[in-house]
Design a protein around this ligand. Structure first.
Ligand SMILES: Cc1cn([C@H]2C[C@H](O)[C@@H](COP(=O)(O)OP(=O)(O)O[C@H]3O[C@H](C)C(=O)[C@H](O)[C@H]3O)O2)c(=O)[nH]c1=O
Length: 187
């Protein structure tokens, strides 16, 4: 049975598919639209799957977004290793604007995080060779791809000197950034 947990950010969900174990290991349906809808969760269509590997623990990718009309909802899971996944409500006018939630995703716990469009996404890895896989509701659009500085929102990343890309090292602070997302009055 798939497990759905709400978070402090309305619309952001922790989804844990069932694992069927036996002496070989386990089998799990990592994505099943009907199981989610039977559990009362209707997600938009996904059009692109992403997969990245981070060699060093403390690799931090984020906080990222794609501006409308290419905004992406993401269903995130950790295929190998362990990471701390973070999302921030970036919808201007939202009651939870600028608030964040974090969830440890790992191969062991099999947890997934549903992040709607309008939210920033980032993660920091906790062990070597951590892999992340996520389904996206819009295709990659380089021109609308953006970043907000990872440590400009008092997020407790539990990392001192993360491994960052140049893009992430030089991103604008949240307070100096004008979000392209508008809250539309529902989750
Ligand atoms: C995102 C993306 C990137 N690329 C190319 C562009 C670069 O040549 C290379 C690395 O891209 P980037 O440094 O943006 O990768 P990440 O730092 O992992 O960024 C991602 O990490 C955060 C956590 C996210 O949620 C986003 O999906 C995305 O921003 O892959 C593609 O070809 N397609 C894509 O969808």
């Amino acid at each position: 049975m798939i497990k759905i947990d709400r978070t402090a950010l309305p619309g952001v969900l922790v989804i844990t598919p069932a694992r069927h174990g036996d002496d070989r290991g386990f089998f799990s349906e990592s994505w099943n639209r009907k199981s989610l809808e039977d559990a009362g969760v209707k997600l938009p269509d996904f059009v692109q799957d992403n997969h990245s590997l981070s060699h060093r623990p403390g690799t931090l990718r984020g906080l990222h977004y794609q501006a409308p009309p290419h905004a992406q909802g993401k269903l995130v899971r950790c295929g190998r290793g362990r990471l701390f996944d973070v999302t921030v409500d970036a919808r201007r006018g939202s009651p939870t604007y600028g608030q964040w939630v974090g969830e440890e995703l790992s191969f062991e716990n099999g947890r997934q995080l549903w992040i709607p469009a309008g939210f920033l996404h980032g993660f920091v890895t906790r062990v070597p060779d951590t892999e992340i896989a996520y389904k996206c509701t819009a295709h990659y659009d380089r021109a609308s791809d953006g970043a907000v500085l990872w440590d400009s929102l008092n997020i407790d990343w539990e990392v001192e000197q993360p491994v960052l890309s140049e893009k992430d090292r030089t991103a604008p602070a949240f307070a100096d950034w004008i979000s392209p997302f508008i809250f539309e009055g529902h989750e």
